[in-house]
Design a protein around this ligand. Structure first.
Ligand SMILES: Cc1cc2nc3c(=O)[nH]c(=O)nc-3n(C[C@H](O)[C@H](O)[C@H](O)COP(=O)(O)OP(=O)(O)OC[C@H]3O[C@@H](n4cnc5c(N)ncnc54)[C@H](O)[C@@H]3O)c2cc1C
Length: 386
């Protein structure tokens, strides 16, 4: 691991612990994520401390994935940390995608404001289950795009679109004759209507998660990413790193939850001794340490694969399942160790539990990753015998 990565991670961790953590009780942290003025205030402080967008270098270069792992884990130590230093989802994944595949003009217009932390973005892929649209199976996509002169016209509905409410940049996936295609759009746009922001179990992401109607949205042809039909191929570029950066941020959150639970277990007494001295509690904390280390190693392994310039589709599926399931166990044990306090809003532990629960679903539910791994196992078995 590079000294550069460690130095940036140390600065981010100090900023998050000293400056961001005190904001956790700010009334502007709402059910649909931190309010815009809170996000702007935190980013102003991150900018002044030199830790805004820390994974993208001044020359436009990007940290190696293994470096990103320790920087984003440091950011995740507070649930407000990723938003504060501008490494939160979906912006971080969207910045990565645009940095890799957008044209110079597209980068100037859509990527630069994101890197400067002046704008938020949203990725529009999933569609409402009630419409029979794309969910676990993206090939069920119903949103269409059709050429009209120098423009494309997009129609459809989208669901669970994180951060759409308040975003300035949108990446919309729609089906052309040639196949799924991606478009960059300015937001807000009257043709992209927020039907409602869902009430969900999690509450850390600005703007929450929205159901969207897209009514004859006209997009100039030069705002398509790549070529018609490139949508799934380009989404692959974002897929593995974005899965892994979720693992990194939530590892930070569970590390902090475990610190809080450990502190509780060492101070709080029951039946004549500190809770930690009761084997049932001590074992839960021991299991947390083991799961935290396994999650860290799994992330580091997969990040190493991505650093080797591989797509890492299989490895990131394995990492996403292993890490999200381990983090769920950790968060649940932290709640349990803390008794009633664990399910109260007095610490961030209950929110970490809620956030990690949702993470087992987005960026591919556990079962879908296992199913695709099982298909690969069968393919490899057949190939070995051909
Ligand atoms: C908090 C949150 C934020 C999100 N943000 C975004 C966003 O910004 N942009 C976006 O486009 N989408 C977003 N999503 C959507 C997310 O990607 C989908 O929820 C996910 O892909 C699952 O799709 P679905 O909800 O339609 O579940 P469904 O497709 O209905 O699947 C339901 C369940 O069926 C099971 N299942 C499905 N297929 C298989 C299989 N092959 N084998 C075994 N079991 C299977 C799984 O257990 C799965 O959880 C978000 C979701 C959440 C919860």
């Amino acid at each position: 691991m590079s000294a550069r990565g460690h130095a940036i991670a140390a600065r981010v961790e100090a900023f998050v612990r000293d400056v961001v953590v005190p904001y956790e009780r700010d009334p502007r942290c709402g059910a649909h994520g931190p309010a815009t003025d809170l996000v702007n205030e935190l980013r102003q402080q991150a900018r002044a401390a030199g830790v805004l967008t820390p994974h993208i270098l001044a020359d436009g270069g990007h940290l190696h994935h293994r470096e990103v792992a320790i920087v984003l884990r440091a950011a995740g130590l507070s649930l407000l940390g990723p938003v504060a230093v501008n490494v939160a989802a979906p912006d971080e994944g969207n910045m990565y995608l645009l940095g890799r595949v957008a044209s110079d003009d597209q980068k100037r217009r859509f990527l630069d404001p994101l890197v400067r932390g002046e704008a938020r973005s949203a990725f529009f892929m999933t569609e409402p289950a009630a419409d029979g649209g794309a969910g676990s199976d993206p090939s069920m996509m119903q949103t269409t795009c059709a050429r009209d002169g120098n423009h494309w016209v997009i129609r459809g509905r989208k669901a669970f679109i994180t951060g759409a409410d308040g975003a300035r940049v949108g990446i919309v996936m729609a089906k052309a004759e040639e196949g799924a295609s991606l478009f960059l759009v300015d937001l807000p746009d009257p043709a992209i209507r927020i039907e409602r922001v869902l009430d969900t179990i999690d509450s850390s992401m600005p703007g929450g998660h929205a159901i969207i109607a897209i009514d004859d949205l006209r997009v100039p042809a030069d705002q398509m990413l790549g070529n018609p039909g490139d949508g799934f191929k380009l989404a692959q570029v974002r897929l593995a790193p974005a899965r892994l950066t979720h693992c990194m941020r939530w590892l930070g959150a569970c590390t902090r939850a475990n610190e809080i639970a450990t502190d509780y277990a060492c101070r709080r007494h029951a039946f004549g001794k500190p809770l930690v001295d009761h084997e049932g509690v001590g074992f839960m904390l021991a299991e947390n340490l083991i799961d935290l280390k396994q999650a860290e190693l799994m992330i580091d392994w997969c990040a190493g694969v991505l650093d080797g310039d591989h797509l890492g589709t299989v490895e990131s599926s394995m990492a996403k399942v292993a890490v999200s399931e381990a983090l769920m166990r950790i968060a649940d044990r932290c709640v349990q160790v803390m008794g009633g306090t664990g399910v109260s809003g007095d610490t961030i532990v209950e929110q970490v539990f809620r956030e990690v629960r949702a993470f087992r679903i987005y960026d591919g539910p556990t079962e879908v990753h296992k199913w695709s791994l099982a298909k690969k196992i069968k393919r490899d078995w057949k190939a070995a015998r051909a």
